[in-house]
Design a protein around this ligand. Structure first.
Ligand SMILES: [Zn+2]
Length: 71
C-alpha cells in the first residue's frame, strides 16, 4: 500500500523523484521545461490556418466565370 504512494512521485520531465515543493516535478528547472513545452504547443498550431485558407481559395476559384458567358 505504501508502494502505491511512492510510484506517484515521479517527475514527468526527467523521471526523478519529485520534490514536494515542485510537484509534480523534481525541481524548478523541470517545471520550467514542462511549461515551455506547453507554451510552445499552444502557440505553434501546425498548418491549420493555412489549410483553411487553401480550402477557401479553392472554392472561390472554381466559381467565378459565370457572368461572362451569360452576356
Ligand atoms: Zn525532473
Amino acid at each position: 500500500m505504501a508502494a502505491a504512494k511512492g510510484t506517484a512521485g515521479r517527475c514527468p520531465v526527467c523521471g526523478a523523484a519529485t520534490e514536494k515543493r515542485w510537484r509534480p516535478f523534481c525541481s524548478r528547472r523541470c517545471a520550467d521545461v514542462d511549461l515551455g513545452r506547453w507554451l510552445k504547443g499552444s502557440y505553434a498550431i501546425p498548418g491549420e490556418p493555412l489549410e483553411t485558407e487553401g480550402a477557401e481559395r479553392d472554392s472561390i476559384a472554381s466559381s467565378p466565370p459565370e457572368g461572362e458567358e451569360d452576356r
